[in-house]
Design a protein around this ligand. Structure first.
Ligand code: IDP
Ligand code: MG
Length: 143
């Protein structure tokens, strides 16, 4: 285990359901620190770029339209094992398969509208944090 950073997004359905505080509380109770945060409405180009890895998937067009349907809340999380810990708190992609007590089991409506994004590995975490926060947009926790 080591201290890691990971990227989290509260997707448009999570913002619409007024879950920002609830989700932040779950992160903080699990020992994850928020080290960067911003709300924005993704452009089509941003959503396509962020999810470029899924460009050939049949659901790609719908995914881009979902992700641009309203504002998202984007944050970098820091802590021991942050990448895996965030994925545990989120639950499986399909809420029907997500463990009880996870964000997706508790709040998601479908495999597409599943409330949150989380980086899946160290390299993607680094790329995704840079995508939203550049080189200097993450705050060091000095206390
Ligand atoms: P993840 O968000 O759990 O990492 P990915 O496989 O990376 O899941 O897929 C990215 C996003 O694309 C999912 O969170 C979900 O919003 C959407 N998605 C994934 N699989 C499907 C599907 O089979 N149908 C519709 N949307 C999907
Ligand atoms: Mg993924």
């Amino acid at each position: 285990m080591s201290v890691e950073q990971t990227l989290s997004i509260i997707k448009p359905d999570g913002v619409q359901k007024n879950l920002i505080g609830e989700i932040y509380s779950r992160f903080e109770k699990a020992g994850l620190e928020i080290v960067a945060a911003r709300m924005l409405r993704l452009s089509k180009q941003q959503a396509e770029g962020f999810y470029a890895v899924h460009a050939e998937r049949p659901f790609f067009k719908d995914l881009v339209s979902y992700m641009t349907s309203g504002p998202v809340m984007v944050q970098a999380l820091q802590g021991e094992d942050a990448i895996a810990k965030n994925r545990q708190i989120m639950g499986a992609t399909n809420p029907a398969e997500a463990d009880k007590g996870t964000i997706r089991a508790d709040f998601a409506d479908s495999i597409e509208e599943n409330i949150v994004h989380g980086s899946d590995a160290a390299d993607t975490a680094q790329q995704e944090i840079a995508f939203f926060f550049g080189d200097d947009g993450v705050c060091e926790r000095t206390r």
